[in-house]
Structure formats: structure tokens, C-alpha cells
Ligand binder design. Structure first.
Ligand SMILES: NC(=O)c1ccc[n+]([C@@H]2O[C@H](COP(=O)([O-])OP(=O)(O)OC[C@H]3O[C@@H](n4cnc5c(N)ncnc54)[C@H](OP(=O)(O)O)[C@@H]3O)[C@@H](O)[C@H]2O)c1
Length: 256
């Protein structure tokens, strides 16, 4: 990966934290890596990494606090100056979960507030973060005209899921909020790619595999480091033709 200014949401644990570790350790780390989390004071792993990596900036963000987004943009601007933001990774996510169940919740027990919360975090937040960061993404696209359209120039990666696809529909029951939110995120990715093609901004949705995290449970077939190694090998190879598509962590195309 060779990307100058990067922002990752939900970066204090799971896949987001593994992304931060990977980027800091790669041969050309970002000039600025903004890692957002809900409670920086409790983000021990990020704080430890920041002690030895001055390019890592930890910024507080509750994804449901949409009115905080303009302040976040100003903070990012204070780090990146006139360079803009090259890559926004909408990683933070949540799933309704009944205690004792891997994930999901039967409809009979799914309160409307819980359903709405999942949609807010998994769909509304990624879309409105794109809205907030459009000027900085456009700036990065403009500043890096010599680079091809893709994540190194100006791009958005939406961490999605096979559970939000019709093509990959499996029998797992009781995951209404999560499935709906990721299906909507996939559509949002496609629509954004069409609308901002004119500005040379790249958008992709990626399925990280089934990953051993709090959300994915211990049953996942990939560790978060393995998933991220695959995704960060795949993402730099994607071109303008992949904008507005859904890909799997290993680069294979996925059906909506
Ligand atoms: N694990 C899998 O098998 C799998 C499969 C497909 C897709 N995904 C997707 O991968 C992404 C990362 O998931 P993960 O497996 O790493 O899950 P995870 O370990 O549960 O981590 C979720 C992250 O999202 C953050 N988050 C949740 N709600 C938030 C909110 N309201 N505001 C701000 N941050 C919030 C969490 O912060 P807190 O620590 O503050 O809660 C945490 O940093 C998600 O988008 C998920 O849907 C995962």
C-alpha cells in the first residue's frame, strides 16, 4: 500500500485495528493515518502504536453523531493541509445480536431503535462521511492527476459483507438490520461511483471474509491480520473498472 493520507473508522479493535497495524508497518506508511474511535482514552492498542508512530492520529468519533462530522473534517484538514484526503475507509460497523447467538436477533425481539441504529452506523454514517469529506477527496484527486483512478489517488472503501448480498444469500436467520444495512451500503457505493466518476473519485465495497472479531465471533475462518493482508493486497490492484463494484477480500468479484 502506498497511500498518503488515510482515515479509518472503528479503528480501536477488530479489522480496523488490524488495518492500522498493517499500514504503519508497511514499507511506505501513510504520511497521516487518522484512526477514529468512540473513546480514545480507552483505545489502549492505538495509544501504544501512537507512541512510536507520529503519523498516527487518534480522533474521537461516534459514528451516529452526524453533527460532529464538520469538526472531524477540520481536524483532518489540520493534519493534511492542502493535500486533501486520499483514502476514506468506512470500516466501523455493528450488528444486532441476541445474547448467546453468533449474531442477529429474531424479528419478534428486534426493537425498531436497534434496527435503526444498525442502519445509522452501517449505512447512514458511511454515506454522510463521504458527503463531509467530498471537498478533501476532490482535492486529493485534483492534486494527484498523474496517478490512475484508485485508492492511492482519491478513494473510498466501504467495508461491506456477503450477508448484504442477494447473490450470496445463505440460510442464516434473524439478521434483518445487518443484512439490510450492508445491502444499502452496496447500493450507496454503486451510486456514489457513478455520481463522482466526473471527479475521479474511486469507490468500492469489500467483503473482508468471515473474520475472528467480536462481530464475526471466534468461528471466523480468517484472523483480522489475515483478512487485512488480503484486502490490502487486493485494493491497490483495483482500477477505474472496479469502481462501484463489490469485491471479496481476495480480489474476486462478488454478486450483489
Ligand atoms: N468480522 C467479520 O466476519 C465481518 C464480516 C463481514 C463484514 N465485516 C465488517 O467489517 C467491519 C469491521 O468489523 P469487525 O469484525 O472488526 O467488528 P468489531 O471487532 O466488532 O469492531 C467494530 C468496530 O466498529 C466500531 N463501532 C461500532 N459502532 C460504532 C459507533 N456507533 N460509532 C463509532 N464506532 C463504532 C467499534 O467501536 P467500539 O469499540 O467503540 O464499539 C469497533 O471499533 C464492519 O463494518 C463489519 O460489518 C466483518
Amino acid at each position: 500500500m502506498n497511500v498518503k493520507n488515510v482515515l479509518i473508522t472503528g479503528a480501536n479493535r477488530g479489522i480496523g485495528l488490524a488495518m492500522v497495524r498493517h499500514l504503519l508497518e508497511c514499507s511506505t506508511p501513510p504520511t497521516t493515518l487518522v484512526a477514529t474511535c468512540r473513546d480514545p482514552a480507552k483505545a489502549d492498542d492505538l495509544q501504544k502504536l501512537a507512541e512510536s508512530h507520529k503519523n498516527l492520529k487518534i480522533v474521537k468519533l461516534e459514528l451516529k453523531n452526524f453533527s460532529d462530522y464538520p469538526k472531524l473534517v477540520e481536524t483532518v484538514k489540520s493534519y493534511t493541509g492542502s493535500e486533501g484526503l486520499n483514502l476514506l475507509i468506512n470500516n466501523g460497523g455493528t450488528c444486532e445480536k441476541k445474547p448467546g447467538q453468533l449474531f442477529g436477533m429474531p424479528l419478534e425481539e428486534l426493537d425498531v431503535e436497534v434496527f435503526r441504529d444498525v442502519l445509522d452506523v452501517n449505512t447512514t454514517a458511511p454515506l454522510y462521511l463521504v458527503k463531509a469529506f467530498l471537498p478533501l477527496l476532490k482535492k486529493a484527486a485534483e492534486n494527484n492527476k498523474s496517478k490512475p483512478v484508485g485508492i492511492s489517488r482519491a478513494g473510498v472503501v466501504n467495508v461491506s459483507s456477503i450477508l448484504g448480498t442477494m447473490g450470496g444469500f445463505t440460510g442464516n436467520p434473524d439478521i434483518y438490520g445487518y443484512r439490510a444495512s450492508k445491502a444499502a451500503l452496496n447500493m450507496v457505493t454503486k451510486a456514489l461511483a457513478e455520481d463522482y466518476k466526473k471527479d475521479d473519485i474511486f469507490f468500492v465495497a469489500i467483503h473482508p471474509g468471515w473474520v475472528q472479531t467480536d462481530l464475526g465471533s471466534e468461528a471466523g475462518y480468517l484472523t483480522s491480520a489475515e483478512s487485512v493482508n488480503h484486502m490490502f493486497a487486493t485494493l491497490p490492484t483495483l482500477t477505474v473498472e472496479h469502481s462501484g463494484t463489490l469485491v471479496s477480500y481476495d480480489g474476486s468479484a462478488m454478486e450483489w
